[in-house]
Design a protein around this ligand. Structure first.
Ligand code: BGC
Length: 463
C-alpha cells in the first residue's frame, strides 16, 4: 500500500517537462491552434479604479447561485446585500436552470427594494458564469460545454446572456440588464486589484479549478487574425494593450496521472476532458478517494478484519465530502477515533466494530488522503508557477506579481494553502524567471467572483 500511495508523490522542482509542455499548449491556445487549453479572450482588462454606481452581481458557479447588490464609489464598495442558494448540477434542462436563476434574481430584488430607491431605469448586471464560454463581446458569449458534472440540456452553443434576458423579460424585469459577462477567475482577478495593484493572475480552487491572467493583446494572435482588435491605435499603443485571458486550465491534460485518475475519468460525464480539474478540484477529489479506498480494500491492504460483503462498495452512495477527508487527514489523536468512525460510516454494515481496524491501517488511510490532497496543491502550484514564468518571460519587467486565489478547496481545506504557497515558492525558484525574477505574492481573496463581476459591470457603464 505504501507503494500505491507513493504514486501520488509529486516533486514540484522536477516538473520542468510539464511546465514546458504547458507553455507550448498556452501558445497554441492563444494562436487558435487547438490543444487542451482554451485560452479564451475575456474582452476586458483589470479595472482602472474610479467606477461608481449601483450594480447587481449574479454569480453562477459550481455549487451556489448568488446575488449581490453593490454600491460602489470610486471603485470602493460602500454597501452590499447578498443572498445565495444551492444549485443542483443535475438540473435537467436549460429552461429550468435559467428560470430558476431569473426567479431568484426577482425575489432578491423584491426583498431589497429599499436598496434601489429610486428604482433605476436600468440596473446594470455583472453576470459571472463559471463555465467555458466563448465570449463574442464583454456582454455576450456562448456556452462551449458544461463542466463540474452539470448537465442542463439546450444550453451548449447558446448565448447565456440572451437566455437570462429572455427569462427576466417573461417576469417584466427587462430593466435588469447584463452589461458584463465574466468567468469567476476574471471576477476574482478584477476584484483583487484595488487591494493588490500588482495582481496579474486570478485562480479558482473550488468545486472546479481554473485561472486567468493579463496577456498582451499582441500575443493573442487568434483575436488579431479575426481583426477584433482592428482599431486606429498606433502600434506602440496596441503593444501596451492588455486583455485578461480565461485559460480554462481545468482542461489541461499534461500532468502525470495514475490508473485511479483514469478510473475517475471514466466515471464522469466529460471523459477524457478536464483532466487537471479531476486531479485538483473539490468536485472530483472525493471521487478519487473513493476509488482508491475501494482499490485498497479489494487488494486486501486494509480492512481485512471484516468480511468484504459487510464492507460492500465503500462510500457507495457517494456522500463523501472534501471537508471530511480533511478531518481524517488531520486526525492526530492517539487512537484516531474520528478517522475510524469515518471509515465505518461509509461501509455497507454500519455496525462493524471500528476498534477492530489495526491502527497502522488507519494511519495508512490518513496518508493516502493526505497524498491525494497534497498532489492537488502541488499540481496547482506548478500550473501557477508556469503561468508566472510565461508572464515574466514574455511581458514587461515586473518587480512584484500577485496571484489572487479564491475557492473552497483553497480556503477551507486545512493545510492546503500552506502547501500551495510553499510549493509555488519552490517551483518558481526552479523555473527560469529571467534575469531579475519578481517577488511573488500569493493571496487569498473572498467573494471575488461576485464583486469582480460588479466591478467589471461598473467599468462598462463608465465607458
Ligand atoms: C470551469 C471554469 C471555472 C472553474 C472554477 C471549471 O469547471 O470550466 O470556467 O472557472 O470551473 O469555477
Amino acid at each position: 500500500m505504501e507503494q500505491f500511495i507513493q504514486q501520488f508523490d509529486c516533486d514540484v522542482t522536477k516538473m520542468h517537462d510539464v511546465s514546458h509542455h504547458m507553455l507550448q499548449t498556452m501558445k497554441s491556445g492563444l494562436a487558435g491552434k487547438g490543444g487542451s487549453l482554451m485560452m479564451i479572450p475575456s474582452f476586458t482588462d483589470t479595472p482602472s479604479g474610479n467606477e461608481s454606481g449601483v450594480f447587481l452581481a449574479v454569480d453562477f458557479g459550481g455549487t451556489n447561485l448568488r446575488c449581490l447588490l453593490i454600491k460602489t464609489e470610486l471603485n470602493t464598495i460602500r454597501n452590499k446585500v447578498q443572498r445565495s442558494m444551492v444549485l443542483d448540477p443535475k438540473i435537467p434542462t436549460g429552461e429550468i436552470l435559467f428560470s430558476t436563476i431569473a426567479s431568484f434574481i426577482v425575489e432578491f430584488l423584491e426583498e431589497n427594494k429599499s436598496f434601489l430607491e429610486p428604482r433605476p431605469e436600468v440596473l446594470p448586471v455583472g453576470f459571472t458564469f463559471s463555465f467555458p464560454i466563448q465570449q463574442t463581446s464583454i456582454a455576450s458569449g456562448k456556452l462551449i460545454m458544461w463542466t463540474k458534472e452539470f448537465v442542463a440540456s439546450g444550453v451548449v452553443g447558446k448565448d447565456v446572456v440572451e437566455l437570462l434576458h429572455a427569462e427576466l423579460a417573461k417576469r417584466k424585469y427587462e430593466w435588469v440588464k447584463v452589461v458584463a459577462l465574466c468567468n469567476d477567475t476574471v471576477g476574482t482577478l478584477c476584484a483583487s486589484t484595488t487591494e493588490h495593484p500588482t495582481a496579474k493572475i486570478g485562480v479558482i480552487l473550488g468545486t472546479g479549478s481554473n485561472a486567468c491572467y493579463q496577456e498582451r493583446m499582441e500575443a493573442i494572435t487568434k483575436i488579431n487574425q479575426e481583426g477584433a482588435s482592428s482599431s486606429s491605435s498606433s502600434s506602440s499603443e496596441a503593444a501596451s494593450k492588455k486583455m485578461i485571458i480565461n485559460m480554462e486550465w481545468g482542461g489541461y491534460d499534461g500532468f502525470p496521472s495514475t490508473p485511479e485518475d483514469d478510473e475517475v475519468n471514466h466515471m464522469t460525464r466529460k471523459q477524457g476532458q478536464q483532466r487537471l480539474e479531476k486531479m485538483v478540484s473539490g468536485r472530483y477529489l472525493p471521487m478519487l478517494v473513493r476509488v482508491c479506498m475501494n482499490k485498497c480494500i479489494r487488494c486486501g491492504w486494509i480492512l481485512n478484519c471484516f468480511d468484504q460483503e459487510k464492507i460492500g462498495v465503500w462510500d457507495k452512495n457517494e456522500e463523501l465530502s472534501l471537508i471530511e477527508i480533511g478531518k481524517v487527514e488531520h486526525d492526530r489523536s492517539p487512537n484516531m477515533d474520528m478517522a475510524r468512525s469515518f471509515i465505518i460510516r461509509f461501509c455497507e454494515d454500519k455496525s462493524l466494530d471500528k476498534n477492530a481496524i489495526p491502527l497502522h491501517e488507519v494511519v495508512l488511510i490518513r496518508s493516502l488522503f493526505h497524498a491525494i490532497v497534497v498532489r492537488s496543491a502541488r499540481y496547482a502550484a506548478v500550473a501557477i508557477s508556469t503561468l508566472i514564468q510565461h508572464i515574466v518571460t514574455t511581458g514587461e519587467q515586473l518587480e512584484e506579481l500577485t496571484v489572487a486565489i479564491d475557492g473552497s478547496v483553497y480556503h477551507k481545506h486545512i493545510g492546503y494553502k500552506e502547501e500551495l504557497h510553499a510549493s509555488v515558492d519552490k517551483c518558481c525558484k526552479s523555473l527560469m524567471m529571467g534575469p531579475t525574477p519578481p517577488e511573488v505574492h500569493v493571496v487569498g481573496t473572498q467573494d471575488g467572483s461576485g464583486l469582480g463581476a460588479a466591478i467589471i459591470a461598473a467599468v462598462q457603464v463608465a465607458h
